[in-house]
Structure formats: structure tokens, C-alpha cells
Design a protein around this ligand. Structure first.
Ligand code: FNR
Length: 415
């Protein structure tokens, strides 16, 4: 590790390493509503606080004199060897942080050799991000549309774009109660932001063309939460559609609101995905060990323990606290991934110790984008990776396969 030899000292770097300083600097670069969209969580934001507090409660127990001169941070995942146990979590509407953010993040991930998960709510079509990533690994995150043709079209496009896994996000079948966005009367989708996967999709655009706005279709109950937001946005001075940033047909935005999610899904529906894609199916947003057992029964290829960064339910279990139970139930049959609250390399090490094979970065890379675009994301990945490497060495381990619960002190783990 050349952290201290490679001239890092004495050269002021634009991307702060301390998580709070990084967030503060990003905040200065963003509008209040953009920052609040990214930083905000559900309700009183207790879940989001619990996520980071759960890391603070765990403690690493360092061991000495173990020859840690050569270290290996690589992991095997979905048939690929990754240089680091990291990936970029799917984050929608990245353009709020930086112009051209999706491509910038994709290029930074490819540079580091770690996967980027393209969001269903990305600001650019997946083909464009994929093209910018060269051979870099990529995954696609699916919000399971209420329209089968849109789902099938997304699967086809993801495969054609070289995605190597399908992350199916299960915790967002309705949008959570997010006071910051409600108070700003801000829903990106109502402004034509974050719907590029849809407006670039032939199956979706056929629907939009066939269903002109104000056709009198009754809103589906699954959309109640979104309709509430829309109603508030309509009351906003300047009007709801007047704020549209791009000249998207109104029908496209309305159709998006109709098809973006499906709250009637059950475990039986997973067979539909299994039938229609050859990609590994990874369920994102599980926290319950029983759900993990059902997922295994359904034949999935991976699980992401996550609570969506606390953006969905207020007062939910911290994702890190849910991880050991899920990992124990899965017992190595499929890889368990983790996100929600990871801020540092030391956090990554703790999540690996509790059973994760790889860990998703979320808000920190969005802040990196806001501060310095592609270079900002590269810096964030670099900082987390460097601290992970140093922490592994200082804990007395050489190889991630040696990382298990024994790394953590029983003193704090039980508190
Ligand atoms: C997200 N997340 C998310 N997840 C997903 O599956 N699809 C998506 O489109 C989005 N969009 C999104 C936007 C923003 C602004 C944030 C902050 C998060 C959730 C994301 O994948 C991940 O679960 C969380 O970011 C993890 O929490 P932390 O570590 O960022 O706090």
C-alpha cells in the first residue's frame, strides 16, 4: 500500500476522506432539493441513523505478529474475480449530483474494476453507460414494472448491454414516506428526471403512445404514495408540468407513474423472471432470515441485505444488524451482498466479517460525483479500498477469505 509514499501527503485533494466532510462539501455543490433527495430518508430518518450506528457499535479486534506483508482483497462473484469486495449500488436520478453522472460513475467503476449496478431509475439509458465502461463489470437493477412487456424488454436490454447480474429490488414496490421531498414538493420523475431507461425503451414507448394522458384511467392503488406526492407538487407555484426539465411527452411521465412498480408481487412471481433471463437473479432489500430461506427455495442466485439506506421504512432494523441472521440461514449457498450505511473501509471489513461477500457503496459515491465528477467517484472508491487494505493488515489478516466473525470483539458485538 503506497498511501503514504505516493505523494498523497502535502497535496490538497478535492475529495475529502472523512465521510462527514465529503457530505458537507457535496452539499455545498448541490441545490437544497437535490441534496435532500440524496441525503434524505424515510420519516424521522431513524433507520438511516440506525444503519450507521450499527457500524459504530461493532468493534474490530486487532491481532499482532501474523506476517501481513502480502494482502489480497479480491473476491469471486457471479463467475468473475473482482479486485475488491466492492460495487456501486444502484442509485437513481444521479444527474441531481453531476451532469453526465451515470457515465462518470460507470467509467470510475470500470477503472477500479468493480461492478456498477445500473438503476432502473438512471438518468441515462443503460446502453450508453455500458458503452462508456468498456469491459468493466456491470449489473442491472430492476424495479419490477406492472407491465410484463416492459420487464421483458429491460431484461433483454440488460443482457445485450453485458450486464452480468440482475438485482431485483423488492423494498420499493411503493415509495416510502420521505418528508424532505414532500416538503420541497419534489419528485424527480414528475420533472422528467430519472426515467431515461423508460423513455429509451420501445415496449414502454408503445404504452405511452397508446395511452395518452388524461385518458381517464383510474390510478392504481399501488400508486397511492406517488399520487400523494404529485398532488403536492401540483400545488407548488409554477405548476407541476411547468417545471419539466426536458421536453418529454407528458404521456411518457404519466405512463411511467403507472408502470414503474407492482405492489402485488409474491414469491411465486419469481418463476417468471427465472423463465425469462439467464442472468443470475439477486434479490435486493431482504432483511429477514425467513425471507432469505424463501429466496433460496425460489432458486435465486444471490441476496443483497439492504434497507435501501433507510429511505423506505422509518424505524426499521439496521441493515448491518440483519446481516448475520441472513448470512447464517444462507450458509454460503449463494453470495450475500450488503449495503446501507457503509461509509469507510473499516465499515466494509465489518460487513464482510458479518457474512457479506461484497459491499455496495451508495451515498458516498453520489457525494463524490457532486464534488468532482468521475474523479470524485474514483477517489471515493480509492479511499475506501485503501482503508480496507490498511485495516485488514492492522487487524492481522492477509486475505478476505480469512475474514469472519472472529475479527470482531465480542465485547462490543454483544452490547
Ligand atoms: C438509492 N437506492 C436505490 N436502490 C435501487 O435499487 N434502485 C434505485 O434506483 C435506487 N435509487 C437511490 C437513489 C438515492 C439518491 C439513494 C441514496 C439510494 C438505494 C441504494 O441502492 C442503496 O441501497 C443505498 O444507497 C444504501 O444506503 P447508503 O449506504 O447509501 O446510506
Amino acid at each position: 500500500s503506497g498511501v503514504y509514499r505516493n505523494g498523497a501527503l502535502g497535496v490538497p485533494m478535492p475529495v475529502p476522506r472523512a465521510p462527514a466532510a465529503l457530505e458537507a462539501k457535496a452539499r455545498k455543490r448541490m441545490s437544497a432539493r437535490a441534496y435532500d433527495y440524496v441525503a434524505g430518508s424515510a420519516g424521522t430518518e431513524r433507520t438511516a441513523h440506525a444503519n450507521t450506528a450499527a457500524f459504530a457499535r461493532r468493534a474490530i479486534l486487532p491481532r499482532m505478529l501474523r506476517d501481513v506483508g502480502e494482502r489480497d482483497l479480491s473476491v469471486e462473484l457471479f463467475g468473475r474475480r473482482l479486485p475488491l469486495p466492492l460495487y456501486l449500488s444502484p442509485v437513481g436520478v444521479l444527474e441531481l449530483a453531476h451532469r453526465g453522472a451515470d457515465v462518470a460513475a460507470g467509467r470510475a467503476a470500470a477503472f477500479a474494476g468493480i461492478p456498477m449496478a445500473f438503476s432502473s431509475q438512471a438518468s441515462r439509458p443503460m446502453e450508453e453507460i455500458a458503452a462508456a465502461m468498456g469491459e468493466g463489470p456491470r449489473w442491472f437493477q430492476l424495479y419490477w414494472s406492472s407491465d410484463d412487456d416492459v420487464v421483458l424488454s429491460f431484461l433483454e436490454r440488460a443482457e445485450a448491454s453485458g450486464c452480468e447480474a440482475l438485482l431485483v429490488t423488492l423494498d420499493t414496490h411503493v415509495l416510502g414516506w420521505r418528508p424532505r421531498d414532500l416538503d420541497h414538493a419534489f419528485l424527480p420523475f414528475a420533472h422528467g428526471m430519472g426515467i431515461a431507461q423508460y423513455t429509451s425503451d420501445p415496449a414502454f414507448m408503445r404504452l405511452a403512445a397508446a395511452r395518452p394522458p388524461s385518458a381517464g384511467a383510474k390510478p392504481k392503488p399501488t400508486l397511492t404514495a406517488i399520487r400523494t406526492l404529485l398532488a403536492m407538487t401540483r400545488r407548488h407555484p409554477g405548476g407541476f408540468w411547468a417545471n419539466l426539465r426536458s421536453p418529454l411527452p407528458r404521456a411518457a411521465v404519466e405512463t411511467f407513474l403507472d408502470v414503474f412498480s407492482r405492489s402485488t408481487l409474491t414469491w411465486a412471481d419469481l418463476a417468471f423472471l427465472r423463465e425469462h433471463t439467464r442472468l443470475p437473479i439477486v434479490l435486493k432489500g431482504l432483511c429477514d432470515a425467513e425471507d432469505a430461506a424463501r429466496a433460496l427455495d425460489a432458486g435465486v442466485d444471490g441476496i443483497v441485505v439492504s434497507n435501501h439506506g433507510g429511505r423506505q421504512i422509518d424505524g426499521a432494523v439496521a441493515a448491518l444488524d440483519a446481516l448475520p441472521g441472513v448470512a447464517e440461514r444462507v450458509a454460503g449457498r449463494v453470495p450475500v451482498l450488503f449495503d446501507s450505511g457503509v461509509r469507510t473501509g473499516s465499515d466494509v471489513l465489518k460487513a464482510l466479517a458479518l457474512g457479506a461477500v461484497a459491499v455496495g457503496l451508495g451515498r458516498p459515491y453520489v457525494y463524490g460525483l457532486a464534488v468532482d465528477g468521475e474523479a470524485g467517484v474514483r477517489a471515493v472508491i480509492d479511499h475506501v479500498a485503501a482503508e480496507l487494505d490498511l485495516s485488514l493488515a492492522l487487524a492481522g489478516l492477509r486475505d478476505l477469505s480469512e475474514v469472519d466473525a472472529g475479527l470482531l470483539s465480542s465485547y462490543s458485538a454483544s452490547s
